[in-house]
Structures are given as structure tokens and as C-alpha cells.
Unconditional design. Structure first.
Length: 122
């Protein structure tokens, strides 16, 4: 039974952890939609744009300023969201890499702990 545990731990258990890490990163990328935000970086924010340009030059100028402001506001909001999303992605990626690197050592921790107690080091 102990051999089967270690066989699982170092084969399919490790693969399951790797697959879970990929799924977590995919969910975070989907939540922040970094690629979609990058594609629409200069689009008007929530499509708020004035299309009423038929009344005269002052209305056309007002509509142009409204569209420009909506694009600038959308750029700022999307840039901030992309930055936060990338920060979270990098942070989770580092945590997942650390977890995967420590995965092979975890079963040995109780053995090392007992050995240290027997030796009088703890």
C-alpha cells in the first residue's frame, strides 16, 4: 500500500497537480480577459459614444469630445485591469511553480522530521 501511494504521488498525483495549475492559470486569464482587453484597448468604454452629428458643428464637436473621452477612459480602465491581471497571473504562476517544485519533497517531510527528533536535533 505504501509503494502504491508513492507510485501515485510521483506519477499521476504530480500530473494532476500540474493539470490543476494550468486550469487555475486559465481561469485567472479568463476572469481578467487580458487578451480581449488588449485587443479592445482603444475602443470606447462600454461603447459610450455620441453618434448624434446631424445638428451642426457644435454638436459634431461635442460628439467628437464625448467619443474621445470615452476612448481615453476606456484605455485607462483597460490598462489598469490588464496590469492587475498580469500581476495576479505572475503571482499565481510563481506560487504554482513553487508548489510543483516542492511536490516531490512533501512525502519525505514526515520521515525527515522523525529522523531529526530521533537524532535530538529538534
Amino acid at each position: 500500500m505504501i509503494i502504491a501511494y508513492f507510485l501515485w504521488w510521483y506519477s499521476s498525483g504530480w500530473k494532476k497537480q500540474f493539470d490543476g495549475s494550468r486550469a487555475r492559470l486559465a481561469r485567472i486569464e479568463d476572469f481578467f480577459s487580458v487578451s480581449q482587453l488588449a485587443k479592445t484597448l482603444f475602443a470606447p468604454f462600454h461603447q459610450y459614444s455620441a453618434n448624434e452629428t446631424g445638428r451642426g458643428p457644435s454638436e459634431a464637436l461635442k460628439a467628437w469630445f464625448n467619443r474621445s473621452f470615452s476612448r481615453m477612459f476606456g484605455f485607462v480602465v483597460r490598462t489598469f485591469t490588464i496590469m492587475v491581471g498580469m500581476f495576479v497571473l505572475v503571482l499565481v504562476c510563481l506560487v504554482q511553480i513553487t508548489w510543483l517544485l516542492f511536490w516531490p519533497i512533501i512525502p519525505l517531510v514526515p520521515i525527515i522530521y522523525v529522523t531529526l527528533i530521533v537524532m535530538g536535533a529538534l
